[in-house]
Design a protein. Sequence first.
Length: 479
Amino acid sequence: MESGRPAHVAMLATPGMGHLIPLAELAKRLAARYSITTTLLTFASTASATQRAFLSSLPAAVSSHPLPPVDLSDLPPEAAIEARMSEECTRSLPAIATILSELRETTRLVAFVTDLFGTDAFAAARDAGVERRCLFFPGSLHSLTLFLHLPDLAASVPGEFRDLPEPIRLPGCVPIPGRDVLSPLQERASPAYGVILHLAERFLEADAFLVNSFDAVEPEAAAALSRSKPGRPPVYPLGPLIQKADSNGGGATGTTTPDRLPRVACLEWLDRQPARSVIFVSFGSGGALLAEEMRELALGLELSGQRFLWVVRSPADDAGSVSANYYDAESKKDPFAYLPEGFVERTEGVGLVVPSWAPQIEVLAHEATGGFLTHCGWNSTLESLVHGVPMVAWPLYAEQRLNAVMLAEGVGAAIRLPEVKEKETIAAVVREVMVGEGKGAAVRAKVAELQKAAAEGLREDGAATAALDGVVENWVGKN
């Protein structure tokens, strides 16, 4: 690299710990391998104690700069998450431009990186004179492919995607049923639809796509996107970018707080269970089930006869939507009040129910964990694969249904539950993933294969490391 000041990168993390964490992991890799320093720009709406604790834990080479608050009081309470995030970014553009200009004066600013909800900030970066502008895509290569084709699909597909009689076929992707595209695209009249389409139309303003995925989990999509295409920026799969487990149970996910007792209790409970015997049940920091689904899940876990660790929250019926916890992972009411009468007592010894939170990465890394009933959020998916844990897919919102299609019908790392969730089918799928000799055995074998591939990609001579070398070479030149 050039002598003098070290290269510096600015990153815009739009709301949600699921967006901030992989960007921070990328910043840590830039510091460790290339001595590149980073400034993380964060939004006021997510300036929680959890986020502050996370940011304070980062190495000195990764600093944070909170954006000033913007007034969102004119947005209706029921405004979609996507609309709120996009609007907060739009109203923060003047501040983003000012901060980038200041960084150009005080550092050797070589690039601006934003995730998908910050694509409007490319203009601010351009105005501030930042020469290289990259899109960090925190989801799968399948999702990126859908975004890249969305403007054409929106113009050519009549009616609603969910009503399409045939699956959508995109280069390198598993056929995607219309009902399994991104949930904001399910109704064209919704504000969220317009937001997602607008963001997709800005994607080609990036100089490169940095994607938190790896070739082995999406080989056909990776091959299709590796081929150059006029007008499309190059694609660099850099994943899996996840946090490492904390052996003390302090937590490595975005929903952790160091002083919570359940982290000790649930890990100690796992210590007493046989190897690969427990299915971990969690719907991420933002997900909530309907009350009837909670009941069927509880009865299904009991009926399965398998050990389980369940992170439970009060249902979405009270909160308003299955994504009601996106900005606040705390349960809105006592979740135990919604469980079937006597369930906790009947399952004592084989099951443990904890409210709101558990140290997810530590749980997935634990030798007692043998399965993961998950919402298929991409961070959770990567964490499960890195730790070799097969999945039961129960997607809720955003891109989770698309991820479930890819995991179950594509690579074979999960078994997906049917649309109607009943205790008998839940029990059957849980048993199959944990101890089944047919499809369950195949899923367990595939996940073990993907765990090895993920580790190999991150080694010194691995594919993810080589991809990141290519990105940095573009920013600063060869060493």
